[in-house]
Design a protein around this ligand. Structure first.
Ligand code: GLU
Length: 438
């Protein structure tokens, strides 16, 4: 049985990069009937905001990524205390006193000498008296003492990984002000919650190496790890700067359909092609983490709109019923109206203008050279209500009277009636038109 988790920090709204992680963890749990945990990583009281916790839940609910369990790290601090004590007890935790400036200086020196900027473990040489003296000046922070050996795992996406622990700084797990840092909290939670599979971004690969040692030191079971590549913009540019504009709530407001978004993200960067799914169950069945590649994955927000349009075009009326009643479309007209407009919208927001056209008519658009033609044609159009034959009969009569045919006949009439060059089949639209502005 798998247990996965999505562990956002509530320091901002979820964006497209977070969604990739959430979706993969969700799908893995669903595939095996396992448990999907939403874990709110809120150990940083200054940066964590309730507004973002609510935003995260709203976004996941909108997408249908329902969680089986929700946990907050801020309510689990006792467990982190116990783990810290345990690590101290087995000699894997040590107190350090360097200030950020001192650490920075050390790093610069190492880099100047062509060495990797790894923490030099100077604090391990401090005597008790030296530590007491330093403690009187400033609060110490705590580092996990890595065993300096290679850390190996088989990654679900990256394959065999081997990292030399000596090339990594001993991670700080408790800050000077006593705040537990993510690495400790995450390891404790993954172990205590029985997380079996962790999927996260490849920016976490080094964290994973240190976390494996921590999990082992705490006698936990190391989960299966998979690190997905990071998303880039359409030209391969880093997405991080633009992520603010790719918040899920903004995409929702722009009318992107949840399953269009999920269908794209469930396959983006995988060897299988993107397939538009209208059911979550199809997404679950079609998901295979081993199909994902390691290269950075290009994401273009504009791809979401054609997918949204296609998805909407496939929807039965029942999926649109709420929109229809909000617009005041009478129940006996809804089916006919939906069939007429479904192929002519990008998002749900485009349905309203079509209904407005049906009820109120559109401002005619008439090119100068078509003025007389349209004027003549309009005298031949009967008053509403129209029926399924109206367009055919009208255009046939206009053709006979004016000699126009083809595009020269139909386009000016379409523009005069709908105010637009493109739209639904006119024969089907006419019966829905309650008014034509002349
Ligand atoms: N809160 C961490 C983050 O958002 C979680 C990373 C993880 O999945 O362990 O980066």
């Amino acid at each position: 049985m798998t247990t996965t988790r999505f562990a956002p920090s509530p320091t901002g709204y979820l964006h497209i990069g977070n969604l990739r992680t959430a979706l993969m963890n969700y799908l893995i749990a669903q595939k095996t009937g396992g448990t999907f945990i939403l874990r709110i990583d809120d150990t940083d009281p200054e940066r964590s905001k309730e507004e973002y916790v609510d935003g995260i839940k709203r976004d996941l609910e909108w997408l249908g990524l329902s969680w089986d369990r929700i946990e907050r790290q801020s309510e689990r601090l006792d467990l982190y205390h116990d783990a810290a004590d345990k690590l101290r007890g087995i000699g894997r935790f040590y107190e350090c006193f360097e200030t950020p400036t001192e650490l920075d200086l050390k790093r610069k020196k190492q880099l100047n000498m062509g060495k990797p900027p790894v923490y030099d473990r100077a604090a391990l040489d401090l005597s008790d008296a030296e530590k007491d003296a330093l403690r009187a000046e400033r609060a110490g922070h705590w580092r996990f003492k890595l065993d300096q050996e290679r850390i190996n795992w088989t990654d679900g996406i990256l394959g065999d990984i081997s990292i030399d622990a000596a090339s990594v700084s001993d991670p700080v797990l408790i800050r000077g002000d006593g705040q537990f840092l993510y690495t400790l909290a995450s390891v404790v939670d993954d172990t205590e919650m029985g997380v079996t599979n962790v999927v996260r971004g490849s920016d976490h690969v080094t964290n994973t190496a240190t976390q494996i040692q921590m999990i082992e030191a705490l006698d936990g079971k190391v989960p299966a790890f998979a690190h997905h590549s990071l998303l880039t913009g359409p030209q391969g540019e880093a997405l991080s700067k633009r992520l603010g504009t790719l918040a899920l709530k903004d995409l929702r407001e722009q009318g992107v359909e949840p399953l269009a978004l999920l269908s794209l993200l469930a396959r983006l960067g995988a060897s299988d092609p993107v397939e538009l799914r209208s059911e979550m169950s199809e997404l679950i069945d079609g998901f295979d983490i081993s199909k994902f590649g390691t290269a950075p994955t290009k994401f273009d927000v504009n791809d979401l709109f054609p997918l949204t349009a296609r998805l909407l075009a496939e929807q039965p009326l029942s999926a649109i019923a709420e929109d229809m009643s909000a617009l005041g479309v009478p129940a006996d007209k809804a089916e006919e109206f939906w069939n007429v407009v479904r192929e002519n919208i990008t998002t749900r927001a485009d349905i309203g203008p079509w209904w407005d056209l049906c009820v109120n008519g559109a401002e005619p658009v008439i090119a100068d050279e078509d003025k007389d033609f349209v004027e003549t044609a309009m005298t031949m159009l009967p008053d509403a209500p129209f029926d399924g034959e109206t367009w055919k009969n009208w255009t046939t009569a206009v053709k006979e009277a004016t000699g126009r045919k083809g595009k020269g006949l139909f386009m000016p009439l379409r523009k005069a009636v709908t105010g637009q060059e493109r739209g639904p089949d006119m024969g089907s639209l006419m019966p829905l038109l309650q008014k034509v502005k002349r």
